[in-house]
Design a protein around this ligand. Structure first.
Ligand code: APR
Length: 236
């Protein structure tokens, strides 16, 4: 690839990139949404109705990030390597709420659906790092109010984070890469259309509903395909 021509790159990742690190995806066989109903655990209404259930769901997932077997894999590492050697603009946008991209060393990274290791207060909007279990009556570190602290996760029906910055990068993107996402959840599923001048490559185990919008498909496990592709473009 000629890096003189393709200089702005935007990469979108989804649950599939963390699957080989032992984190369950949402919509595959054995995915999280097979066991839980979205409207029970991942909406603002669910949190209002049954905060204990919602907190338990996220406490279990947050605890998993401390499991010594849950580590960044070769795909996360390849993207960090690509960023450090890329000569143009590089933006990594993830829908994932785990911390694996950061732990792999990615820097220009936006968590559009929030982060499991952060919480915020619905009363005063203070956000802070929190990697332990969250109690239903947790006190806010800023205003002190109890019962308003929630995971810093963008739930269904809420506005994802960093959208202005993401759309600006997509508009300028010469390369748009999608990795391990089913393309079913908007606005992320629409990014491929917004990156109007980009060469678009999709990495997935199988075809998705948005596959026709891509120029190129790399089918197979992200740890193999992404690592190989990064090696290819960095030696080109
Ligand atoms: N390598 C590459 N792709 C994979 C791998 C793998 N090892 N394993 C699974 N995949 C692919 C699946 O084929 C599927 O298309 O990853 C995709 C995972 O899709 P989803 O489970 O729907 O996850 P995602 O697209 O990230 O979900 C989007 O939905 O539930 C919400 O907010 C949540 O951010 C999430 C959003």
């Amino acid at each position: 690839m000629n890096r003189e021509i393709f200089k702005n790159i935007v990469i979108l990742t989804g649950a599939g990139i963390s699957a080989e690190s032992g984190i369950r995806t949402f919509r595959d066989q054995d995915g999280l949404w097979e066991e839980h109903r979205i409207e029970d655990v991942a909406t603002p209404e669910a949190f209002q109705r049954d905060p204990a259930l919602v907190q338990r769901f996220y406490n279990l997932r947050r605890a998993q990030l401390k499991d010594e077997n849950v580590l960044p894999n070769k795909a996360h590492e390849a993207l960090a390597r690509l960023e450090s050697e890329w000569e143009g603009n590089f933006l990594l946008v993830t829908q994932n709420v785990d911390n694996l991209h950061r732990r792999a060393g990615s820097k220009n990274l936006l968590h559009m659906h929030g982060r499991l290791d952060r919480v915020f207060c619905q009363n005063c909007d203070e956000h802070w790092d929190h990697s332990e279990n969250l109690a239903v009556d947790e006190a806010c570190i800023a205003c002190g109010r109890r019962g308003n602290v929630r995971p810093d996760i963008v739930w269904f029906g809420e506005m994802p984070y960093h959208m202005d910055e993401i759309y600006e990068a997509l508009d300028k993107a010469d390369y748009f890469i999608s990795i391990g996402t089913s393309g079913l959840v908007y606005p992320a599923a629409g990014f491929v259309q917004i990156a109007w001048k980009a060469r678009k490559i999709e990495f997935n185990m199988k075809e998705t509903g948005i596959s026709p919008a891509f120029h190129e498909h790399r089918m197979g496990p992200a740890t193999v395909e992404v690592d190989q592709w990064v090696n290819e473009i960095l030696t080109d």
